[in-house]
Design a protein. Structure first.
Length: 384
């Protein structure tokens, strides 16, 4: 775990983020998509799973409906319990967080949705530059981007899970339920570059371009569509399996005790719920009512050690490049409370468990989804 994964309350003036600053790319997304790995279509293999995976199937359905289970891992853990409560609240059921009979009945309409599917990793993923991310801010600042360290990590984020879960779904490198070895392209997988000084070497990649793999059934009903003018952000959404055009959130409520963020539409109907990390003893969540000032997509991060109680004495200010492995992940939603925002993370498995420096942190895929839901009219409330 990197020292900078904690949520960051950073000085917006120093960051160059004024609530409307985004990474702009005027090249139309449709043009940029032609040879882009993140828009490459997946090939499918009709291979039955060796296990029914009912818990993972519930997670898949909840994720599709906007009630984020966090990391899709086939267990009814903290984030999935929260997601169940959100689904139950939205459907006028008792918010027990359990798969009781009434909830199973309500979910039955999606019973035909499979928990997993077998896809072939696009050959173009071999052209992506995978690099270890250094631990120190000064070393991170020298990188061209804070992207994925391995193909495994990229594959996991695309399907809202972890490399460990992917390995469980593909024992011995083969999709569970498959009798034959997983075919792979003749070209070797992209090996991680030598780690910069002070960085821990990432776990070697298990998967490679051209390989058949079993993955959680996330974002596979339709190929990603390149639309709009911001090609960089459209690519980010595609890389996270997030569809553009999410329902609009008129207000969001971050509940410190529940560890959740709930989004309501203009009719005050709950349309999304995500598990979040909020604050710590040193940097408590600032309770109160706030506004969304703007959304910075794929933002750089201006590290200022003066704002960190736990910064090293010899740390200096540094501008860190954008990327999913940056301190704030793929998005920063700027709030009217100075120095505070809602953002992503390079460590999705820590959401709801680790502490933050006062901001609100989500998985990258949930943060990207939320960024599609909010605008300057969205009201924000932080409650105890």
């Amino acid at each position: 775990m990197r020292r900078l994964i904690l949520a960051i309350p950073f000085l917006l003036g120093a960051c160059g983020l004024d609530g409307t600053d985004t990474e702009r790319d005027e090249q139309p997304a449709a043009t940029a998509a032609a040879a882009d790995p993140d828009f490459a279509p997946f090939e499918f293999a009709d291979t039955a799973d060796a296990q029914p995976r009912p818990e993972m199937q519930v997670q898949i359905v909840l994720d599709r409906l906007g009630f984020g289970p966090g990391v899709v891992d086939g267990t009814l853990g903290l984030s999935t319990v929260n997601a169940l409560k959100g689904f139950q609240e939205a459907n006028a059921l008792t918010a027990s967080g359990t798969l009781d009979d009434a909830t199973r009945t309500a979910l039955a309409r999606w019973s035909s949705v499979p928990a997993t599917r077998v896809i072939r990793i696009p050959a173009s993923w071999g052209r992506v530059a995978y690099r270890p991310v250094p631990d120190e801010p000064a070393d991170q600042a020298a990188q061209p981007a804070l992207g994925y360290e391995t193909l495994d990590e990229k594959l996991a984020e695309r399907f809202h899970t972890t490399p460990e879960v992917l390995r469980q779904l593909n024992p011995g490198g083969r999709p569970a339920g498959s009798a034959a070895p997983a075919a792979a392209s003749a070209s070797p997988s992209t090996a991680p570059a030598a780690g910069p000084s002070g960085s821990a070497a990432p776990t070697p990649a298990v998967f490679r371009p051209g390989q058949l793999v079993r993955v959680p059934n996330i974002g596979l009903d339709a190929a990603p569509v390149a639309a709009g003018e911001n090609a960089v952000w459209q690519r980010t959404l595609a890389s996270l399996g997030v569809a553009p055009g999410q329902p609009k959130a008129a207000r969001i409520v971050v509940d410190k005790s529940a560890g959740t963020l709930r989004a309501f539409d203009g009719d005050d109907k709950l349309v999304a719920l995500f598990t979040v990390t909020t604050g710590s003893q040193h940097d408590p969540l600032p309770l109160g009512e706030w506004k969304v000032l703007g959304v910075a997509r794929n933002p750089p991060f201006h590290y200022n050690p003066d704002l960190f109680w736990d910064a090293a004495a010899d740390d200096e200010k540094a501008k860190l490049p954008p990327g999913p492995n940056g301190p704030v992940g793929v998005v920063w939603i700027d709030l009217s409370k100075e120095h505070y925002g809602i953002h992503g993370t390079p460590e999705p498995q820590t959401i709801g468990r680790a502490q933050s420096h006062g901001c609100v942190r989500l998985t990258n895929w949930d943060a990207a989804r939320l960024a599609e839901m909010v605008d300057g009219s969205t009201e924000v409330e932080f409650v105890a």
